[in-house]
Design a protein around this ligand. Sequence first.
Ligand code: TYD
Length: 240
Amino acid sequence: MAGFFISIEGGEGAGKTTQGNLLRERLAAAGYRVEFVHEPGGTDLGEDIRRWVKSSVKPLTPEAELFLFAAARAELVRRVIKPALDKGGIVLADRYADSTTAYQGYGRRLPMRAVESANNLATGGLWPDLTLLLDADPEAVLARARVQPSLGHGAGHRESTARNRGGEHDQQRFEQAGLAFHRRVREGFHAIARQQSERWAIVDAGESVEAVADELWRRVMERLQARATPLDASARLPGI
Ligand code: TYD
C-alpha cells in the first residue's frame, strides 16, 4: 500500500472533527493529497446509516449497532479508503474500527471475539498506520456541554461543520448512554492503545485548539518522516 492511513479516535465532544479539519488543511497546505472520511458515512449506505444512528431516539440493540457500523465500514474501506491509499494519498478517518471495539465492545459489552470478527471482516485487515486518540474526561465533556447549549464543542470550542450541528440531539444521546458507559469507552480506547502502542498516539484534548492541533501535527510528521520509503511523490499535488 503506497499511501498513509491516519485515524482519529476519542469520545464525543473531544473535538475530533475540528481537529480533523485542521489537520487536513495543514496536510493539504504541505502539498499532500488527503481524503478525509467520517464514520459512519462517506458512501451512500454510510450516510443513511449515519442519519439513522444519529437520529434514532430509542437506543438500538448493541448487536444491531455492531452490524450497522460494520456495514458502513465495509463499503467505505472498499469504495473510498483503499482506492485512495492505492493511489498513494493520505487517508484521514474521523473514527474507524477502534470505535467499534471501544463503543460496542467495552461500552456495550458485546463479546470481544464477535467485535473482532466483525472488525476483521469489515476492514478486510486494513488498519491505520497511525491512530490519534483525542483523550477527554467524559465528566468534563458533559459538564461543559451543560453550560454550552450543545455537545461536540471539543475542549471548549465550536465544532463548525454542518454535519455536526444538531448538537442538542447528540447531547441527549450522550446523556442517555450514561457516564459509566462513556468511562468504559474511554478505558477501552486506552486498553487498545496499550496493546498496540506503536500504532497509537494519545493527545490530551483538554488543551487549547491550537495546542492540540500542533501536537497532532507533530505526531503525524514524526510518523510520516520515519517511513522507510517516503510517501509516494504522487501523493503530492502536481507542482508542489
Ligand atoms: P460521531 O458522529 O463521530 O460522533 P461525535 O462526532 O459526536 O463524536 O459518531 C456517531 C456515534 O456513533 C458516536 O456516538 C459514536 C458512535 N459509534 C459507535 O458506537 N461505533 C462505531 O463503530 C462508530 C464508528 C461510531
